[in-house]
Design a protein around this ligand. Structure first.
Ligand SMILES: *Cc1c(COP(=O)(O)O)cnc(C)c1O
Length: 397
């Protein structure tokens, strides 16, 4: 049996250093539990940044994957396949949109939304050529492509990667008056996360999204919601936007859409927007492939059949209440919605995550001072209860 150390040294030698993972090497998983190569068991409270809402190695999704993998995996979009249409129909029906466009990673879906919004701006809104701009929020996270980091406010995400894509304007999050002031005749869209997950689980005040949505409607601007992390049950509703009763003009999904098995993302909007795309305008070799589509259908089925959204609400409310009861001078704030919970500390969160690991809990710091707790939504109350005293021990230390 090889040790954690063995693989970490191997990885140090051969992999790029663009991550700083916790020093644990995982080799198998089931549900909410993962095991390292030395046989130690951990509770996964990160869920791969919410890509594992259905839990690790869900047996139903696995069965669908195996069947589809043995039948047809890839056609490219040069030909039709018999899974994609079923996937998109399910996704549209579930979210109430007329059209969907499948991609692979989240960042690709954000790029797709930007392209669709820009083309809509020129062909439908009548913005002068190459003048369109999109308003985004400070402290955002929308992915890592060159265009997306062009509008990041995180210095490290940009440093050394210029020149940047123009056409974006940053405003502070959580105050609609900045949106009102930032817009002009060339504004085509407002791109926003309903909760800033990577930004430290920042929850805007009630009515913020609705007010922004109203401003967008009044000014013929597309409201684009990046629900890659907050969507698909994570916050206690199917979509975090459901809390404010708004339907974004463009909805971006990813992460849990692939059930933890496969990268699947998509954008959704109504036909009057999607119709700006013509054959050849946009594409992806793997986007909408039959294996991805079959997996996505199964992943959505699990979210609905297991009622993961209401489960996230019920257990999240309880777990957050319990976390708030922890008395510790180290804790500045506990905040969250559903099972997307952040504990803001007064000292860098990394050392707390290392200590949690030693006690069998895998969580990750985000934004230096915040520990995020976002377990798979299939988690049981008893499993959260198992974690509580351990979290209390570490956070009080
Ligand atoms: C994870 C994430 C992305 C990027 O998704 P990738 O699959 O890593 O490209 C974009 N937006 C939000 C809100 C995310 O959480």
């Amino acid at each position: 049996m090889k040790s954690n150390r063995y693989y970490i040294e191997l990885s140090d030698r051969f992999s790029a250093k663009n991550y700083l993972p916790l020093p644990v090497v995982l080799t198998r998983a089931k549900g909410v539990w993962v095991w390292d190569v030395e046989g130690n068991r951990y509770l996964d409270m990160l869920s791969s940044y919410s890509a594992l809402n259905q839990g690790h190695c869900n047996s139903y999704i696995l069965q669908v994957l195996k069947k589809q993998a043995a039948r047809l995996t890839l056609t490219s979009r040069a030909f039709h396949n018999d899974q994609m249409a079923l996937f998109l129909k399910k996704l549209c029906t579930l979210t109430g949109y007329e059209k969907a466009l499948p991609m692979n990673s989240g960042a690709e879906a954000v790029e797709t939304a930007i392209k669709v919004a820009r083309k809509w701006g020129y062909y439908k809104k009548g913005v002068a050529k190459n003048k369109a701009h999109i308003i985004v929020c400070k402290n955002n996270f929308h992915g890592r492509t060159t265009t997306i980091i062009s509008f990041s406010s995180e210095l490290q995400y940009r440093d050394g990667f210029g020149p940047f894509t123009p056409g974006f304007k940053l405003i502070p999050y959580n105050d609609p008056s900045f949106l009102q002031r930032a817009l002009n005749k060339n504004t085509i869209a407002f791109l926003v996360e309903p909760i800033q997950g990577e930004g430290g689980v920042v929850i805007p005040k009630k009515g913020y999204l609705k007010e922004c949505y109203k401003i967008c409607k009044k000014n013929n601007i597309l409201f684009i919601a990046d629900e890659i992390q907050t969507g698909l049950g994570r916050t206690g509703r199917l979509l975090a936007c459901d809390y404010e009763g708004i339907k974004p003009d463009i909805l971006i999904l990813g992460k849990a859409l692939g059930g933890g098995f496969y990268p699947v993302s998509a954008i959704l909007c109504d036909n009057h927007i999607m119709e700006v795309l013509k054959p050849g305008d946009h594409g992806s070799t793997f986007g909408g492939n039959p294996l991805a589509s079959a997996i996505a259908i199964a992943s959505l089925d699990v979210i609905i059949k297991k009622r993961l959204a209401s489960r996230a609400k019920r257990l999240g409310d309880w777990f957050m209440k319990e976390l708030k009861r922890i008395k510790s001078k180290n804790i500045k704030e506990v905040r969250g919605r559903g099972l997307l919970i952040g504990v803001e500390l007064r000292r860098p969160a990394r050392t707390y995550c290392e200590k949690l690991m030693e006690l069998g809990i895998l969580a990750k710091e985000t934004h230096k001072f915040v520990v995020r707790f976002a377990p798979p939504l299939i988690i049981k109350r008893s499993e959260l209860a198992w974690a509580l005293p351990r979290i209390k021990e570490v956070l009080s230390g």
